[in-house]
Design a protein around this ligand. Structure first.
Ligand code: ADP
Length: 519
């Protein structure tokens, strides 16, 4: 159970919190153009993971009633928004981008307070939302369909995109503004209305994105947000009027979401776990590969779905790489993400600490692996009130070990020796996930062979496993997803359905597949 879920259980109705510290800001749901309390009056607290004594804000603990109201508002707004020309919808979205740009620094600071990652990374998170907004708003003047020859004379054939209707969006805490933007902005440009349920650990950044939509003038009912725990998300996923559910989060929850959607025949797009790999060949620029691995493994304290949790290194350079990498990992400074001196911020909550430390214990018990650095929670001095874990490296890990197979989602990575490119690719592909992979090599033949053989949604050459750009499709194979891709123009295939249109101007009945002898 996450920290916020615990708070939901503990929190009292809002009417009775009059004696709470006055400086804690309160935030409400946004439904049908108004900021409103949860119908039951309940709230939950959003805590700073670097110092849990700091309450970032108090948020509405939404009930099924609140979800129903939000979906109803989105249903009511659906037709008007669908009929608003896409270039006009785009103008409003460009304004959203401008508002985010203007407030980027403040938004990044608020995000670091609620999520923990260092300021340059939260700045990047906001920037990704800006990039997504500008890029996707441009689709307002494209949203291309296609024309194609018809099989009969005097007949015209074309394909156009149509919105799907009301979208339910459920998002995680690790990219609290970027991921909501990847879903909200494409949904809107395509002419859908939406209800978003952000993660209970980081609702503020999503509310900030919704505020930008409000300030930009997006009409009432088009964008709605309900905050709360998993049950609020479940109510949204199960609501019969949400035609599409777009979910990013854990594989376990994603599977539940998929089965609910299957049951009621809703469109479902899932973005889930990863066990991403960086391969380092014997001809690689080792210093560059180390820089890449440090950023990939310990950026966002390893809490990215594309984090580098396995590093497969050619045995000819393995010892050299391992020694330098461990030295550099040991030198990383763990602390409050608001401080300039911090390299690695806290993990999100106590639940995450338990899970990560649990995996470290598993790694220590696994036969061959060696704990080469880190391995501990930091609990004293500046770390005593937060959720801090040392950057942790296991060496001599075998590909079948649990720490090399399961997603840990923390600052822990496993070094695995290999003896050839084929061996490296086999190890890389030998997990249930397929999100991101990278290879460091100067040999163009090896680079192209790897590019071809790595069965993942994203491949990097001479760059770490993280760093996706918004105009390329994002997503993964196998247990990472269910075949959809966010970002790029590919995201339009999630948020629209194709309509094939046949125009017969022959003035007679022409039967496809049958009246072929007249041709
Ligand atoms: P994590 O383990 O990263 O917190 P989760 O998959 O539990 O990932 O959460 C991702 C999002 O899904 C959050 O917004 C969470 O509240 C929501 N969620 C959790 N359980 C459910 C559920 N059963 N149905 C719908 N949404 C859920």
């Amino acid at each position: 159970m996450s920290q916020a879920q615990k708070s939901i259980k503990k929190s009292k109705p809002q009417t009775t919190v009059a004696n709470a510290k006055p400086r804690v800001a309160s935030y409400q749901n946004y439904i049908n153009g108004e900021w409103v309390k949860a119908s039951g009056g309940e709230t939950f607290e959003n805590l700073n993971p670097a110092d849990t004594r700091e309450v970032v804000g108090r948020f509405a603990a939404s009930t099924e009633d609140d979800v129903n109201r939000a979906v109803e508002a989105a249903v009511d707004a659906r037709d008007k928004w669908r009929k608003t020309p896409a270039p006009r919808r785009a103008e409003l979205l460009f304004k959203v981008g401008e508002i985010l740009m203007r407030n980027k620094d403040a938004l990044a600071r608020e995000m670091t307070r609620e999520m923990g990652k260092v300021l340059k990374e939260t700045g990047g998170d906001v920037q990704e939302a800006i990039d997504c907004t500008y890029y996707t708003a441009g689709e307002g003047r494209r949203l291309h369909g296609f024309t194609t020859p018809a099989e009969m004379p005097n007949k015209f054939a074309m394909c156009v995109r149509q919105p799907v209707g009301v979208c339910g969006l459920v998002t995680p805490w690790n990219f609290p503004m970027a991921i909501p933007s990847w879903k909200m902005i494409p949904a809107l440009i395509c002419g859908n209305t939406l209800v978003i349920k952000p993660a209970e650990d980081t609702p503020l950044s999503t509310i900030n994105l919704v505020k930008a939509c409000v300030e930009a003038g997006i009409p009432k009912g088009v964008v709605n947000v309900v905050t709360g725990a998993g049950a609020t998300g479940a109510a949204l996923v199960g609501h019969r009027d949400t035609r599409l559910i777009s979910f990013t989060g854990s594989t376990e929850t994603g599977r539940k979401v998929a089965s609910v959607c299957a049951d009621r025949n809703a469109i479902c797009s899932l973005e889930m776990g990863g066990k991403n790999v960086q391969i380092v060949m014997d001809d690689a620029n080792i210093d560059l590969a180390i820089e890449g691995a440090l950023w990939g493994a310990f950026g966002t304290a390893g809490q990215r779905c594309t984090a580098t949790s396995r590093i497969v290194v050619h045995k000819k350079i393995y010892k050299q790489f391992a020694a330098k990498f461990v030295e550099r990992a040991n030198a990383l400074r763990v602390g409050d993400g608001l401080k300039d001196s911090t390299d690695v911020g806290p993990v999100i909550n106590q639940n995450a600490v338990n899970k990560i430390i649990g995996y470290i214990e598993i790694g220590k018990r696994e036969d061959k692996a060696k704990l080469a650095c880190g391995g501990e929670q930091l609990t004293t001095g500046e770390h005593q009130h937060g959720f801090f874990i040392q950057p942790t490296v296991f060496t001599d890990v075998a590909p079948s070990m649990r720490i090399a197979q399961e997603e840990i989602f923390g600052p822990v990575t496993a070094l695995i020796p290999c003896d050839s490119l084929d061996n490296a690719v086999e190890i890389a592909n030998g997990v249930r996930y397929g999100l991101s992979a990278s290879i460091f090599t100067k040999d163009v033949n090896q680079a192209f062979a790897a590019m071809n053989e790595l069965y993942t949604g994203i491949v990097y050459i001479n760059a770490p496993t993280i760093g996706a750009e918004v105009h390329l499709p994002f997503g993964g194979t196998k247990a990472t997803g269910n075949g959809h891709r966010e970002a790029g123009t590919q995201v339009l295939d999630i948020f629209t359905e194709w309509k094939s249109v046949y125009v017969d101007y022959s003035n007679k009945l022409q039967r496809a597949q049958i009246d072929t002898e007249n041709l």
